[in-house]
Design a protein around this ligand. Structure first.
Ligand code: C5P
Length: 292
């Protein structure tokens, strides 16, 4: 049997750090949503006990360092599955970019294997397993606009934001989330974004308020380590974006633009300046019908 599952990228509309916890993780408050840029995960059932993984990208590992591999392994162990799976990842989402590509691949693998092996687990149960794999995996299991708290695993659903264009620009280098959190000094955070104000803006479908309340406390940390991130943000503002923010721990910077013609102009202006530029739609939901 064969299953194909879409794994959409996420962006952070807000990312706040409240404090560093005793377990070494940071207590977070974030508002996250999905965009129309996705990997595709193809799963083929194997009648013997083996997990195989291949990808269209040479940049992703093919063993347990790959979160999709880990997801299959954990699910097999938890549910005592005596079969195997062949996983193929068609990569569209840039790697180590702040867009949760690896987490979304893991989440899509969990959703897909739940169908392939007819396990009958709820999304909530899959999200609980996902939390053991990575902090963003529970969000990606639902891939629905949400407030995320705790390590990222406590989710409060929100309606999708109003439709708009999202221009993504990714510097050449990737970023390690652990490195960025390692450099963060929580008592030195000067401006905290308001999770509640962003949630209210989304609930009232107010694009302008969404633009006004974007904020990410990791942005100054990543910018100080990778000055190119600030340069890209400055260019995006200069070239007419309605609002600009770095996603997650970076280094991808996104611009929100209401008008298609302005979004297209922004893409054209950025192309001479940055190699990896994408023009996508804000989605806000898990839409399995569209393939990209
Ligand atoms: O959970 P995940 O493996 O995705 O996290 C990667 C790294 O990011 C962690 O090892 C930790 O250093 C950092 N992190 C954190 N606080 C969080 C989430 C991640 O410090 N809430």
């Amino acid at each position: 049997m064969y299953i194909s599952e879409k794994a959409p990228a996420k962006i952070n509309l807000t990312l706040d750090v409240l404090y560093k916890r005793d377990d070494g993780y940071h207590e977070l408050e974030m508002v996250m949503t999905t965009i129309d840029l996705a990997d595709r995960i193809d799963l083929i059932d194997l009648p013997y006990n083996e997990i195989r993984l291949e990808s269209s990208s040479g940049l992703v590992p093919q063993d347990e360092r790959n979160l999709a591999y880990l997801a299959a392994k954990r699910l097999k162990e938890k549910m005592r599955i005596d079969r195997g799976v062949s996983i193929y990842i068609s990569k569209q989402i840039p790697v180590a970019a702040g867009l949760a590509g690896g987490s979304s691949d893991a989440a899509a693998t969990l959703r897909g294997l739940n169908k392939l092996w007819k396990l009958g687990l709820s999304l909530e149960e899959l999200a609980d397993i996902g939390a053991e794999i990575g902090s963003d995996v529970p969000f990606c299991v639902y891939s629905h606009t949400a407030i995320a708290k705790g390590r990222g695993e406590i989710l409060i659903p929100l309606p999708p934001p109003p439709p708009c264009w999202v221009v993504l620009a990714k510097p050449v280098h990737g970023v390690s989330t652990a490195d960025i959190f390692g450099q963060l000094r929580v008592d030195e955070i000067r401006v905290h974004p308001s999770t509640e104000a962003m949630a209210a803006a989304i609930r009232s479908n107010d694009f302008e308020a969404i633009c006004n309340h974007l904020g990410n406390v990791l942005e100054p940390v990543t910018m100080s380590m990778y000055p190119e991130v600030r340069k890209i943000k400055d260019k995006m503002i200069q070239f007419g974006a309605d609002a600009v923010l770095m996603s997650g721990s970076g280094p991808t910077v996104f611009a929100l633009v209401k008008q298609e013609s302005r979004a297209q102009r922004l893409v054209n202006s950025l192309k001479g300046f940055c190699q990896h530029v994408f023009l996508v739609r804000m989605l806000g939901i898990l839409d399995q019908r569209r393939t990209k």
